[in-house]
Design a protein around this ligand. Sequence first.
Ligand SMILES: C[C@H](O)[C@H](O)[C@H]1CNC2=NC(N)=NC(=O)C2=N1
Length: 112
Amino acid sequence: MTELAQMKCEACQADAPKVSDSELAELIRLIPDWGVEVRDGIMQLERVYKFKNFKLAMAFTNKLADLAEEEFHHPGILTEWGKVTVTWWSHSIKGLHRNDFIMAAKTDQLLD
Ligand SMILES: C[C@H](O)[C@H](O)[C@H]1CNC2=NC(N)=NC(=O)C2=N1
């Protein structure tokens, strides 16, 4: 996962390939705390982070927002008292790109 977190997102064009089934199987092993969800036919990575209160959840959310802007790749975020649900997928290809796995690994590093 550390290597994944050091990578940079590439510009994801509308014709960029989704990850293949074998790439998905390989990449998901590198981010063991993340699950795969399918919503409206779109495959997404999702993880719920738990915090002691809303203030800490919001602080994490703001760090994630800065990361997303740095990489210009943006997650779905649901921030609630004591937890933040983060969802990664690539809007331009309506599915999962390698970028999403990189960003999930980088998201985990925000906890360090
Ligand atoms: C207009 C388009 O949303 C932008 O080019 C960027 C911004 N952030 C993005 N974030 C994600 N997750 N997927 C995208 O395709 C994407 N595209």
